[in-house]
Design a protein. Sequence first.
Length: 224
Amino acid sequence: MIGVLIVDDERLTRELHTKYVERMPGFSVVGECAGARAAVTAVLERGDAVDLILLDMTMPDGSGLDVARHVRARAADVDIIAITGVRDADNVRAAAALGVAQYLVKPFTFATFRERLEQYREYRERAAAAAGDATQSEIDALLGALRPTASAPLPKGLAPATLERVATVAREAGAITAAEAAERLGMSRVAARRYLEHLVDERRVERSSRYGGPGRPQTEYTWR
C-alpha cells in the first residue's frame, strides 16, 4: 500500500483529494496537513508511513518548494507530486530540480488525477523490479513511467461521461468483452466496443483474444 500525505491549506481541497485517493486501489491516505511546517514535521515523524506527498505550492507559512527543500535536505525517502494553481515556469523548473515527480495544475478531473497516480504506481513497480544494476531498457522504462501520456482526441459521437463509465467497468472487471460491458452499462455492444477501442488508443486497456467458448474467439479488453 502506498501511503499518501495530502498537503493543502484549503480544507475542501484536502477533502476532495482524500476522496480521490480513496478511489485509487493500492493507495491510502496516512495524513493531512494544512501548512508547510506541519508537512515537514509529518514526513520526519512518520518515517516509512509516507511514500508520496500530494503537495500544494502556495501556503500561508511557506511554499511547496520550501517543503521539498527541507525534505530533500533531510534525505527523506519520499516522492512528491505538486498539485497547484501556480503555472509559473520558474516554479516548475525549481520543482523539477528538487525531484518533484509530477506537476498537476488545478483544476483537473478525477480521470487526470487517476492517470497521474497510476503512472506513479507503475514507476514504483518498475523501480522495485529493476533493483540492482538495471539494463538500458529498464532505465528507459523507469524514466518514461512518469511522463504524462497524451490522450487521443475523443471521436465524434463519444461522450466523456460515458467514456469514464466504460473505463470504470473495465478497470473493475480487469478483463472484459464489449458484450459484457454493454450488458453491465445498458448500452449496445457496438457502442461499448467503440468506447473500449478508444481506451485502447489511450493505452488504458489492451486488446487480446479470449478463447475457450464455442465459435470464434471474442475480443477481450484488459485494464493496464
